[in-house]
Design a protein around this ligand. Structure first.
Ligand SMILES: [Zn+2]
Length: 465
């Protein structure tokens, strides 16, 4: 069995900060021992990694990505190969992507399609959630089978009428099924029926620029849908995970539900923490780069999101990585913001941006690891295989240089997209080396991994309850 020792670093997990050496054997963490002790110095190893002055972190778990996702007549620009490579560059060693059920087709067919896209192409490990677009008797039955085989979470949409939208009755049925089979319902909570009216009115009045995308997708319509989703989950006796929470009032709804003791969880994304409607309003057509749903909000919302992350009103930061090139893809919406493909690139920079939040005093180091690694792993049934550094865990390890300075730019990023939403932003902290199951995929800022190293992860049910 190959043995690796990482020595001299500060091991940071969701619960501890330990000056310890880490022994890896055959792809898993075998032991931790205090620096300089007989135990640590006696370890023989095939490879020794000096982590002096570095953090030793569990690999990031990004529970919300959309590689090669079809949307509005085009496809998200990152394939599973390029997207997971970019993830590795940024210290993320697990993604959970969304397989999509096509209207009128089975869940199985959608899942098979996504397996075919990802199989043999990923640079890091991956699992799938299932998007339920067509809730009916047979897809409800299929949910049970999917949970049993490791696809344990199901995303429903209160937005996008005619595409992914489910009405309240369908949502209730899916939640009832999930409450029986242990599945976790993930909700895109925006009132899409009302939003579509506002979209139509805006376009008719000549308000066609990207910033109106943010204007019509009202805070009140995110908060209302969040409230409704909570009540439906409560009636069904099911847990609920609200994806990409962006509005302060939606955080309030989740906080109120949790205060009542309901198993309601919230996710936000770096774009809502670091960007705002100011970006959507950038001159020319630049704002299209920041079109995603839920939309970016006015700056004041950011403090509420940070507070929610500190108070555990929000538990997870994922990226909702869904990149579309500015040229040729975002441009489809010139003169009509409703035709701009919704989504932003982000899988590469989540760990760094959240480390910047540690530097800025928004989060503690342990909370950084918790919201980016441990909680997503627990939420989606991957813990403690993923999300921590402890004996028995997969040796997904990031050697992180907390003092390195970097400038985020499309010139240097590794995502297959022609712009960065954070162009020119200086951040402190950078990934040095990344191991996936003990195998280096990034070594001293060089990619040494390969497509096909990443394996499919059947997941257990939610461990956060
Ligand atoms: Zn998404």
């Amino acid at each position: 069995m190959s043995r690796t020792v990482i020595h001299g670093g500060l091991v940071v997990t969701a619960s501890d900060e330990i000056h310890a050496d880490v022994l890896i054997e055959g792809g898993r963490i075998a032991a931790l021992a205090a620096h300089g002790t007989d135990a640590a110095t006696s370890w023989s190893a095939d490879r020794r990694i000096d982590a002096t002055g570095m953090y030793v972190l569990p690999g990031g778990v990004d529970a919300h990505t959309h590689m090669e996702m079809p949307f509005g007549g085009t496809y998200a620009a990152d394939t599973f190969e390029t997207g997971t490579r970019a993830a590795a560059w940024g210290g993320t060693t697990t993604i959970v992507d969304f397989a999509i059920q096509t209207m009128g087709r089975s869940l199985r067919e959608g899942l098979d399609t996504w397996h075919a896209k990802a199989d043999g192409r990923c640079g890091v490990d991956y699992g799938f959630h299932m998007i339920l677009s067509d809730v009916n008797e047979s897809s409800l039955k299929e949910m049970d089978r999917l949970v049993a085989e490791g696809v344990t979470s199901f995303k429903l949409f209160m937005a996008y009428p005619g595409v992914f939208y489910s009405d309240d009755g369908r949502i209730l049925r899916a939640m009832q099924r999930a409450s029986g089979n242990g599945g976790l319902v993930m909700m895109h909570a925006e009132n899409g029926i009302a939003i579509d009216v506002l979209v139509e009115q805006a376009l008719a009045e000549g308000r066609t620029d990207p910033r109106y995308h943010g204007d019509v997708r009202k805070v009140a319509l995110e908060a209302e849908a969040t409230h409704r989703a909570v009540q439906l989950a409560r009636v069904a006796g099911a847990p609920l995970y609200v994806v990409h929470v962006s509005a302060d009032e939606a955080v309030d709804e989740i906080a109120a539900a949790r205060h009542k003791g309901l198993p309601v969880f919230g996710e936000t994304c770096p774009q809502y923490l670091f960007l705002s409607t100011d970006n959507l309003a950038e001159p020319g057509f630049e704002g299209a780069k920041y079109v995603c749903s839920t939309p970016l909000r006015p700056r004041e919302h950011q403090e509420v999101l940070w507070r929610g992350l500190r108070n555990n009103e929000l538990q997870v930061v994922s990226t909702d990585h869904c990149p579309f090139c500015f040229s040729g893809q975002k441009e489809m919406g010139r003169g009509d913001f409703s035709k701009i493909p919704n989504g932003m690139p982000g899988v590469e920079h989540r760990m760094d941006l959240l480390h910047q939040a540690v530097v800025d005093g928004h989060l503690s180091r342990r909370r950084w690891v918790e919201i980016a690694c441990a909680s997503p792993a627990r939420m989606f049934g991957l813990y403690p295989k993923k999300g921590t550094i402890a004996p028995g865990a997969d040796a997904d390890v990031v050697i992180y240089d907390p003092g390195a300075e970097q400038t985020i730019s499309a010139e240097t990023h590794h995502m297959a997209v022609d712009y960065s939403a954070y162009e020119g932003r200086r951040v402190t902290g950078q990934v040095r080396t990344v191991l996936s199951r003990g195998v280096p995929v990034i070594e001293d800022r060089a990619y040494v991994g390969h497509a096909g190293h990443g394996t499919y992860l059947p997941r257990g049910t939610c461990q956060y309850l």
